[in-house]
Design a protein around this ligand. Structure first.
Ligand code: XMP
Length: 513
């Protein structure tokens, strides 16, 4: 891969990895680094541009994330976003303070289209704002390039020093012309040519893995999700029978999913690898009995997964390498900067290395999800697997509100199966980012066949999103919803009511817990 690189300095905002992804969409390689990266390291990386991200703090706060002013002397163009823009203003003598009116969500911004950053952008353009502080006064030498009625400096620039800043978030989809702005920065301001390509990724990676592994034994934790499946197939192509895949069925999978994974990766499937399925349902239900707090449930599932996996690894013995399906967002989420923890994500690949492995292999470590999918297709993995909707590591455990029991797992599995079937029949599955049924812990009164019922309510959810960081609630056609609701109440024992969740993210999250 050619290294014409832009780096993103992470000040702890929620959308940081999106910025890197958008830069890569311009065919320019991009990495995220912590905000306190040393100047020496930056010089070593030789980036053609630097982007400062948003962040949760105030630039004038006590423990705010601040980089050294020397960065402005490196002669590398810098774009500051949200907190990043305020930091540029603050460090260079402008004034940042609490805004009299915070702006949040879609906002009309007036931009100066003569500024290079806004070339080809409409004079009034819809941008995504999320700030309580604002730049009251730009530093000397800066020109104001964008404003809103309540934000006097929504954009500023000092092209002589290669410094650019925007208060809004060009990286999120809701900023309608954000991609044009980022492209202007990366191509026209930083002078990148956009020649970075993924084509040779699979070939190069297989070769590197072969060299690294030699005759060693390799173990892979397979969840059946896109990331671990692509990682497993890459390894299978590279080292064949030296690889053993361990698939832990924690009893929190979707209906039939365990068997589907086994059909692809087991002895009847197309790949030449060793496959072990561990049916650990009872063990997980036992550990989850009586637990209702979401974070505690997540931690228990994550921990138990590791224990089971560890036991299997010991049985196999003398394994040199552990494969993980870690992808770039996982790397970034596991804490480069100062992002607030919204949920502790448990990726099934997130195993510790205390099972005594020589080395961990993470072949997808530098790829985003869409890039992983491209690699999957290149490897010949069936499209229906490659384009599966994401499924969280803790599985149905976080789609059952309150205590998890085997009975509740069956209820949510059956309801979810019907919902997915109706969505597929209606042909709307490809237009949805994610859709599923969850089991609320609410029971209510109903009437069925002249009998009073007192049963659970199922919640149906569907969202449109491509980045999963923000999501709009999907408008499912009424006929589809009512058909699914009817079938669920009629066919799933223990359910007498179906609700549709019409919350977007934010303020909701996609999963219920
Ligand atoms: P939230 O609920 O945070 O979910 O809006 C965003 C996306 O992440 C998935 N998700 C997880 N994936 N381990 C995972 O591998 C997890 O613990 C986890 N929690 C949420 C969720 O399904 C959605 O796609």
């Amino acid at each position: 891969m050619e290294r014409e690189m832009v780096i993103v300095l992470d000040f702890g905002g929620q959308y940081n990895q999106l910025i890197a992804r958008r830069v890569r969409e311009c065919n320019v390689y991009c990495e995220v680094h912590p905000y306190n990266i040393s100047m020496e390291k930056i010089k070593e990386l030789q980036p053609k541009g630097i982007i400062f991200t948003g962040g949760p703090n105030s630039v004038y706060g006590e423990d705010s994330a601040v980089c050294g002013k020397e960065i402005f002397e490196l002669g590398i163009p810098i774009l500051g976003i949200c907190y990043g823009s305020q930091l540029i203003a603050h460090l260079l003598g402008g004034s940042v303070t609490t805004a009299p009116v915070s702006e949040y969500g879609r906002t009309e911004v007036k931009v100066n289209t003569a500024a290079v950053l806004f070339q080809g952008v409409s004079e009034t353009t819809v941008c995504w704002m999320s700030h309580t502080d604002y730049i009251e006064k730009a530093p000397e030498g800066f020109r104001i390039t964008a404003h809103t009625p309540v934000c006097p400096v929504a954009g500023m620039e000092c092209p002589e020093k290669g410094l650019y800043a925007v208060q809004f978030h060009p990286e999120v989809m809701h900023t309608v012309e954000g991609m044009t702005m980022l492209r202007n920065f990366v191509m026209d301001i930083c002078g990148c040519s956009g020649s970075w390509k993924m084509d040779s990724f699979v070939e190069t990676t297989i070769r590197t893995i072969r060299e690294k592994v030699g005759n060693g034994k390799v173990l892979c934790a397979l969840s059946g999700g896109v990331d671990s499946s692509v990682a497993a197939v890459l390894l299978a192509k590279a080292v064949g029978r030296q690889l053993t895949c361990v698939f832990v069925d924690h009893g929190l999978l979707r209906k039939n999913e365990g068997d589907e994974v086994e059909a692809v990766f087991g002895p009847e499937g197309p790949y030449d690898l060793n496959f072990i399925r561990v049916n650990a349902q009872e063990r997980f239900y036992g550990r989850l009995a009586g637990i209702t707090e979401p974070e505690q449930k997540r931690k228990i599932i994550g921990e138990e997964f590791i224990r089971v996996f560890e036991e299997e690894a010991k049985k196999i013995g003398a394994v040199d390498f552990l494969v993980q399906g870690t992808i770039y967002p996982d790397v970034i989420e596991s804490g480069l900067g100062k992002s607030a923890t919204i949920k502790s994500h448990h990726n099934v690949g997130g195993l510790p290395d205390y099972v005594d492995f020589k080395e961990i292999i993470e072949p997808l470590r530098m790829l985003f999800k869409d890039e992983v999918r491209k690699a999957g297709l290149e490897l010949g993995i069936p499209a229906h697997l490659v384009f599966r909707q994401p499924f969280p590591g803790p599985g149905l455990g976080i789609r059952i509100i309150g205590e998890v029991t085997e009975e509740k797992v069956h209820i949510v599995q059956d309801a979810d199966f019907i919902y997915r079937e109706e969505i597929a029949k209606a042909g709307i599955d490809k237009a949805l980012g994610q859709y599923f049924a969850a089991l609320t812990n609410m029971r209510s009164v109903g009437v069925m066949g002249d009998e009073r019922t007192y049963d659970y309510a199922i919640a149906l959810r569907a969202v449109c999103t491509s980045d999963f960081m923000t999501a709009d609630c999907a408008e499912i056609p009424w006929e589809v919803l009512s058909k699914a609701a009817n079938r669920i109440v009629n066919e799933v024992k223990g359910v007498n009511r179906v609700l549709y969740d019409c919350t977007s993210k934010p303020p909701g999250t996609i999963e219920f817990e």
